[in-house]
Design a protein around this ligand. Structure first.
Ligand code: NAI
Ligand SMILES: N[C@@H](CC=O)C(=O)O
Ligand code: NA
Length: 914
């Protein structure tokens, strides 16, 4: 064993003298360095009695004063005793962080960027080196000659890294050490080769070299900046004793003594130390085994009572679930020690539980951070923060799963009240060496069930059949049953213990995802609720449970049907607004499907709205509405599902009832459902009223204008609607506002179509059908039970064009009727009037009508422009002067905006903040 004392600028001893004086409270001694003026307050009892024994605290390098003088004079030279406490921060950098010279330099920069007074840096070997070292030992003892080439590779890797990273004297020192180590290793491996066997201590000695080299390189890299830095071979300091196969226990007392001794020789502000390696009490090199460098950092952190131990790795922190299985998994900002402990049991990539033990006793936080994303704050593992949100949803910190399990169920009436049954069961299990992962027994005591790894269950079952042969034959036990292919899903969280309702939420999420729970276990510590389910359901269960606790309550999974003018505009509006909604209102909108008439695009997590058109072309499948809806309804990640129908299709509208029944909310600008057959409409509305699934259709009348909501507001507050009258067609409004003698009628119709005001088939507008549908929608909303056929409609489609087979043919033939229209306009103009196409809901008389009318130029209906709608509500409260809503009533942006408003209305019904 050797110690490489990296030259560190040790401060001149005489310059660092300390004044010891009692603190104001008298309970502590304040030791103030006269040069740096740094106070180090230590409890009175902690002041070394050693002063009088010649063991003066030193801050410089030498003890200049006699013990007697130390007590009697005010000004003393201070020893290099090991300061402890908040001034220390401990960092551990894993193999990937040390993977290349550039990365080692980055690590040095991070170390130098930490403003803590003292820093202790623990490093792993460069990535893959420990595996190479194990392979060397394995090859040598298997008498495989290629170990020599492999050793050369190890040498070359470190030489190349050092040449890249270091220069001058430091490089020369490192290379000379590397040469000497490699030649020692060569001799040692040769001995192993000859013996055909490596003792554990030989092998531990060899594999620990990766840490020796990586830490030396880092300490030289830190020194390049001129910082005070020493290198520590932790085999001189960390003392451990074996405590089981592949396990060691630290000897804190001995390690602390050795650390103090080490520090008295090399008191630097930054200490770069080897991870993973340690010694036995007899000074035999050994290692801390699996994840040993994390353990080194935790032990050292505890020895110096560090402020914090930071474990640097290549992930942003600890996830709420395995991100490969749950794409919605989030990085947790804090975890309690116990939670981290529970999670690591479940294989979550957190910390080995033993890493937590050393720091837990002193409440030293461990922070997991990403070396490759310094802006990520990481996860802090600490004592449960007292002020942590006690919200029900915040109780569960994470979900984990274990696959490849089998459940064993031992059942029988002869078990109840018979002491020793469980002992007999589990001693049989122990005999076959199986690991019991979870146990559950109902209080009726008629059955005990437990989970074991699938590969161990055959032996367990056989042992139980042997052990209980007589009881089974006598019928005292009815069965020893094995349920294969199971998984465990565990919810972990400290606050589950004190919060009612957590398990209800978990089981509700599983039930809604149609997942059958086979067994349940919850210890009374309640850090963990474990459920056993079929392995094939496990990922679905994980996603369902995770989304219930981690996604915003107002996460909406949306399927858009009909990405035409309105649908496409809506998708683009969503694209521009989703981030704002998430940030400001916690509304998380995910479009998980888009279907047109011929193709559809499906996504599990949400279509990228910046490129939905390209994706639609590249990834789309043939459209199939049933599959599209299944994709949405069978998703178990998102709590709320919405179908937005942006077609004008009657068939699509005929499915609303079924969708609402499935719990899918429906939002639409399509008028077909509400203006279709009355019985269907009434059935739909009755279902809507009876369920908590929502159906919104504001854009069916007046596009984005608040027509339906105004009418609802009047009705729900007890007002009585007498009459609703107005211009309901954006297309016809535009046509008559612009048909003023300068352009032909057919040109103005073409302009309206071009502007996106018309229905997919403009004859629906000109025939008055579209207005009639709006009249019917408002009439039914006001309580009238009318069919579309009850509304007399004055059609503007010339008789001869009614039989046109397509909208195009209609548009082509329309100019032949321009003369007729010019004449009508002239007649009206001559009388000082204008033509306007109006709809009327005569609520008092239970009637409606749609007609072309002439109005005086000063009438409000004559004052419109563009695609303006104007709707006048005459009610008991608004009798003398009607309540008027006016504004553009057609067009892509305003209509899509109206649909978007309904989506947000839904989110607010579901609990979004207002
Ligand atoms: N344009 C406007 O100003 C307003 C339109 N609306 C309504 O908005 C709806 C959409 O209108 P636009 O976007 O202008 O029409 P559009 O014709 O541009 O878009 C409709 C889209 O639906 C698709 N489609 C048709 N049948 C389908 C089916 N079975 N499955 C999937 N996709 C299907 C079509 O291929 C087309 O892409 C209509 O119901 C219309 O009445 C409501 C208020 C105003
Ligand atoms: N085509 C309709 C669109 C709105 O419903 C209109 O012109 O008003
Ligand atoms: Na509207």
């Amino acid at each position: 064993m050797r110690s490489l004392a990296v030259a560190s600028p040790v401060p001149p001893a005489a310059a660092h003298r300390r004044r010891l004086r009692p603190s104001a409270s008298g309970r502590e001694v304040v030791s103030q360095c006269l040069k740096c003026e740094i106070n180090q307050d230590r409890p009175m009892g902690a002041l070394r009695i050693g002063h009088s024994q010649g063991n003066l605290p030193r801050h410089g390098s030498k003890n200049l004063l006699t013990p007697a003088a130390a007590i009697s004079v005010e000004q003393v030279e201070v020893s290099t005793y090991l300061p402890k406490g908040d001034m220390w921060s401990v960092h551990k950098f894993g193999g990937t962080c040390m993977g290349t010279p550039q990365r080692i330099q980055n690590v040095a920069d991070v170390v130098l960027g930490d403003s803590s007074e003292r820093k202790l840096i623990i490093v792993s070997a460069m990535s893959k080196v420990t595996d190479m070292m194990y392979s060397l030992v394995h090859k040598a003892q298997s008498r495989d000659d290629s170990y020599t080439e492999e050793l050369d590779k190890v040498f070359e890797k470190h030489m190349a890294a050092a040449k890249d990273l270091l220069d001058g004297e430091n490089l020369a020192r490192f290379l000379s050490q590397l040469h000497s180590d490699i030649s020692n290793l060569r001799a040692m491996l040769r001995a192993i080769y000859i013996a055909g066997h490596a003792t554990e201590s030989f092998s531990e000695f060899v594999v620990g070299h990766g840490e020796l080299w990586s830490s030396q390189m880092l300490s030289y890299a830190v020194q390049k900046s001129g910082a005070s830095c020493s290198w520590m071979d932790t085999r001189e300091v960390l003392v451990v004793k074996p405590s089981g196969p592949d396990m060691v226990d630290p000897d804190y007392e001995e390690s602390e003594k050795r650390l103090e001794k080490w520090f008295s020789r090399q008191p630097a502000e930054i200490i770069v130390a080897t991870g993973f390696i340690a010694s036995t009490a007899e000074n035999i090199p050994t290692t801390l085994k699996r994840d040993g460098s994390d353990f080194s950092a935790a032990i050292i952190g505890s020895l110096v009572r560090a402020r914090q131990v930071t474990i640097w790795t290549d992930v942003d922190g600890v996830f709420s679930a395995d991100p490969r299985k749950v794409s919605e998994a989030v990085i947790l900002s804090t975890l309690s020690y116990q939670e981290a402990w529970e999670m690591s049991y479940f294989g979550a990539n957190v910390l080995h539980p033993r890493t937590i033990i050393p720091v837990m006793k002193d409440n030293i936080p461990i922070v997991i951070r990403n070396m490759f994303n310094l802006s990520a704050p990481g996860t802090v593992i600490c004592k449960q923060p007292a002020n942590e949100d006690a919200d029900l949803d915040a109780c569960v910190k994470s979900f984990a799963t274990i696959d490849k399990l089998a459940l064993v169920n031992v059942e029988g009436t002869g078990m109840a009240g018979v002491p020793g049954t469980s002992s007999a069961i589990f001693s049989a299990v122990k005999e076959v060496g199986a690991n019991v992962i979870m146990i559950s027994q109902a209080s009726s005591e008629h059955s005990i069930c437990f989970a074991v790894p699938e590969k161990e269950v055959a032996a367990v079952s056989a042992a139980l059949h042997v052990r209980f042969r007589e009881a089974l034959a006598a019928g005292r036990l009815s069965k020893v049953e094995v349920i294969h292919d199971c998984s465990i899903l565990a919810a972990v969280g400290l606050r589950m213990a004190s919060t009612p309702g957590v398990s209800a939420i978990l089981f509700d999420a599983l039930a809604k995802a149609n997942i059958n729970v086979r067994a349940i276990a919850q210890g009374c510590s309640e850090y963990n609720i474990t459920v056993v389910l079929k392995q094939e359901d496990c990922v679905r269960a994980l996603r369902a449970a995770h989304s219930r606790f981690f996604l915003s309550k107002t996460t909406l999974a949306i399927g858009v049907i009909g990405p035409g003018l309105i649908g496409a505009t809506l998708l683009n509006q969503l694209r521009d607004q989703v981030a704002v909604l998430k940030e400001n209102m916690n509304i998380d909108v995910r479009v998980i499907g888009i279907t047109g008439a011929s193709t559809m695009l499906l996504s599990d997590t949400g279509v990228d709205l910046t490129r939905w058109k390209e994706e639609m072309q590249k990834e789309a499948k043939p459209a199939d509405l049933a599959n599209f809806v299944r994709h949405l309804s069978e998703d178990h990640v998102f709590p709320n599902k919405v179908l937005v129908d942006c077609t004008a299709d009657t068939n699509v509208a005929s499915h609303y009832y079924d969708w609402l029944k499935k719990g899918i909310h429906v939002i639409t600008p399509n008028k077909k459902a509400n203006s279709g057959p009355l019985d269907r409409y009434l059935k739909l509305r009755t279902l809507q009223r009876a369920s908590y699934t929502h159906y919104f259709y504001e854009a069916t009348v007046g596009a984005g204008l608040p027509i339906i909501s105004t009418l609802r507001g009047l009705l729900e507050t007890g007002d009585k609607i007498l009459r609703i009258e107005g211009i309901f067609s954006g297309t016809l409004s535009y046509i008559f506002n612009n048909f003023e003698g300068t352009r032909s009628f057919s040109d103005v119709v073409a302009e309206a179509k071009e502007a996106g005001y018309t229905e997919p088939d403009p004859r629906d507008d000109l025939s008055g059908t579209d207005v009639a549908r709006k009249v019917i929608i408002l009439a039914r909303e006001s309580g009238l039970r009318l069919e579309l056929s009850d509304i007399p409609v004055e059609s503007l489609v010339p008789e001869a064009l009614k039989s046109c087979s397509s909208p195009n043919e209609f548009m082509q033939k329309l100019p032949s009727f321009d003369q007729d229209w010019a004449r009508q306009r002239h007649e009206a103009e001559a009388a000082g009037e204008v033509l306007r196409y109006v709809g009327v809901v005569d609520v008092l008389n239970g009637k409606g009508r749609v007609e072309l009318q002439r109005y005086k130029r000063d009438h409000p209906f004559a004052q419109l422009s563009g695609s303006d709608n104007i709707i006048a509500f005459t009610t008991s409260r608004y009798k003398e002067q009607p309540l008027i809503v006016r504004g553009p009533g057609a067009g892509a942006e305003v209509t899509a905006g109206g649909v978007f408003c309904d989506i947000l209305r839904l989110a607010s019904y579901l609990g979004a903040p207002s």
